[in-house]
Design a protein around this ligand. Sequence first.
Ligand SMILES: [Zn+2]
Length: 439
Amino acid sequence: MDKIGILKNSLSGFSLDQKLQIKELGRPIPDLKIEKQSGSGQKSRCRKFNKNVYDKNSCICGCEETNKLFCFVCVLFGGDETWSKKGTDDLIHIWDKMKTHEKSKVHMNNVFSFSILGKLNIRTQLNSAYRNDLIKHNNQVDKNRYVLNKIINCIRFCGAFELALRGHDEKENSENRGIFKELVNFSAELDNELKVHIQSAKLFEGTSKTTQNELLECMLDVYHEEVKKEIANSPFVAVIADETTDVACEFQLVIIFRYLCKGQPVERFWRFYVPDGHDAKSIAACVLNVVNPLLDQNPNKLIAQSHDGASVMSDKNRLKTELQVLYQREELSTTSGAVPLSILLNEEGLNCTFQETLKLLSILITIPMSTSEAERSFSMLKRIKTFLRNTMKEERLSALGMLSAEKHFVSGIEYFNNKVIENFATKKERRMDLIYRKL
Ligand SMILES: [Zn+2]
């Protein structure tokens, strides 16, 4: 059977079944009657076609009708004219020609197409397998993030109300497994998805001490990022640092920032530290370690309690004129206090005209008037320490302190839990899938 004749116009005109039949039959390897004279005179030799040509190359096929050699895959799928349509009977150069042909892109493509002909479309197969896998993975990530979100809420709840997270004995049959574990179990009673997870999770239950500590650390990170953003937008920042000893007689340094947020002074707890020593030098070094990286872009922002504001005043004569105008305005006679005046100047679009006054006001507002905020943190520290084990590391203590002292601020942070999960997922490799894959 001479298929080459039929196939001259390439496979595209055939149905899949016909194509498969052709593939099944394989390349035609007829004995051709080619005789070629090479050289001239006495050196002339006669080259005859030998069927073992077919053994030397798996693509070469023959056509009895035209008495020529072709490339089977290129006949089927189209390509180089010589090998797909015209054929060749050049027995002398056939191997050189075939070598060149085999290196061509179109031939390689045809070999590939031929090999996958009739098999499931690899691309679709890969795609659908990949897609299914991806969808499955992302669904699992959805579930895991949902569960983690609930666990974060439980930790936040315990933190906000200064409840001990750890119980004396967290084993399954324990009478008192601690408020956190009991809270998670209670939530699971109300939430089937969480219940299923708690009952079936082998790799990651989400309630271990390590996970708790890591989540607390992530929460503190996310919180700090938000505070940093606010500090970046404030013209001045003051640091309040104070020291205390906790119930375990351990020396603790608390750092609080005071700055302007939307014109109003705010004080935010930063964290607890244990300085190297109790002397002024060690404490100063500790404070500077915290403050420097925060203000390295703009060190002039930092003001101290002893700050008189003079060093940031760029134009004292201007300030004098500004103040003279403001003092004479009757409209301002009822305004009392630096905060309302600075808000008024900003709101009325007078911030450029009274720029020096505003600078001075901002400094006045930012300078801490008392250390009551710091004192509040110490009583909070005492409460947390009493409630919780006094062997607590400062990271854990700081995170819990933050959750308690800044619960309103934290609940105002957009996507707080999501940010914590993102931080938790990327900090180190997790046994629980938490990162979405993209197509
Ligand atoms: Zn070919």
